[in-house]
Design a protein around this ligand. Structure first.
Ligand code: SF4
Length: 269
């Protein structure tokens, strides 16, 4: 997929994909609950490696028949687990925000049952953009998972609107309140990028640190751009720059931070 002349990743074409080698999770078998034909997400992040979102919505019920068929999810997962070496993790991720699937809660319950029956030692995780965590139906489902990676890239509302480009009605203050009220261990994942469209600015960092102090996550994973992005103005931060940011965050919040620098073998065009 070309975005402004920059090569973004093609959308996943199936409900089960990988295992992929993840910077965070090792060998991770992905479950893609999102549509395979176009990206529908509650965000339209300037760095999304799938390119710009075709549809940016908070409530995706009107697109229900484009989302993964739950029976196909169960069938494909069982088939994979019966025929292959178990992965390190099973992860809800894919082409958009997994929790926007209209039947997300039922799917989580069934996937947990399949895991318990076939590969009880494998952990189930999610990469979520945090926009639905205030919904009790979603947070009850998230609680059934072993690990929850929740996105928070910004602390400042203006930077958030420009960087994550949310659907109408989604506010950063709402997301921070919801994350602070989740009442279960979470890992916050944060991407920091420099450049005109980036989120690397003093005001954003100060507000972000305040947000982390309120949320009190188990840890923060701070990472840099690793792939071409739809917004061509973004620039990667070096591992040393991320290290300096991490030092400030740790000093202010005492939250543990893990840094994921850019993989050297992937060149940005
Ligand atoms: S939340 Fe994830 S899938 Fe959605 S636009 Fe942002 S990076 Fe892409």
């Amino acid at each position: 997929m070309k975005e402004n002349g920059r090569q973004c990743l093609p959308l996943k074409t199936s409900v089960i994909y990988g295992p992929v080698h993840s910077r965070r999770l090792g060998e991770s078998l992905g479950i893609n609950l999102s549509p395979t034909g176009r990206k529908i997400c509650s965000f339209n992040c300037v760095y999304c490696h799938y390119g710009w979102s075709a549809v940016v919505v908070h409530n995706s019920s009107q697109y229900e028949n484009e989302f993964a068929d739950p029976d196909e999810v169960y069938r494909s997962l069982e088939e994979f687990l019966k025929e292959n070496q178990p992965p390190d993790y099973i992860t809800f991720s894919g082409n958009g925000e997994p929790t926007t699937h209209p039947q997300f809660d039922n799917i989580v319950s069934e996937v947990v049952k399949i895991r318990d029956r076939l590969v009880p030692d494998i952990k189930i995780t999610i990469l979520s953009n945090s926009t639905t965590s205030g919904n009790p139906r979603i947070s009850d489902a998230l609680r059934k998972l072993d690990l929850r990676f929740m996105k928070l890239d910004c602390g400042d509302e203006r930077t958030f609107l420009r960087f994550n480009r949310p659907a109408a009605g989604i506010t950063l203050s709402g997301i921070i309140n919801d994350l602070a009220s989740m009442n279960m261990p979470i890992v916050v994942q944060t991407l920091m990028a420099d450049g005109a469209g980036g989120n690397f600015n003093d005001r954003n960092l100060i507000c972000y640190i305040e947000a982390i102090s309120r949320i009190k996550p188990e840890s923060v994973q701070l990472y840099s751009l690793d792939r071409p992005t739809p917004d061509g103005s973004l620039r990667s931060l070096s591992k040393e720059q991320l290290g300096s940011i991490a030092e400030i965050i740790v000093a202010e919040t005492e939250v543990e931070i893990e840094i994921f620098g850019r993989r050297p073998q992937i060149a940005e065009s």
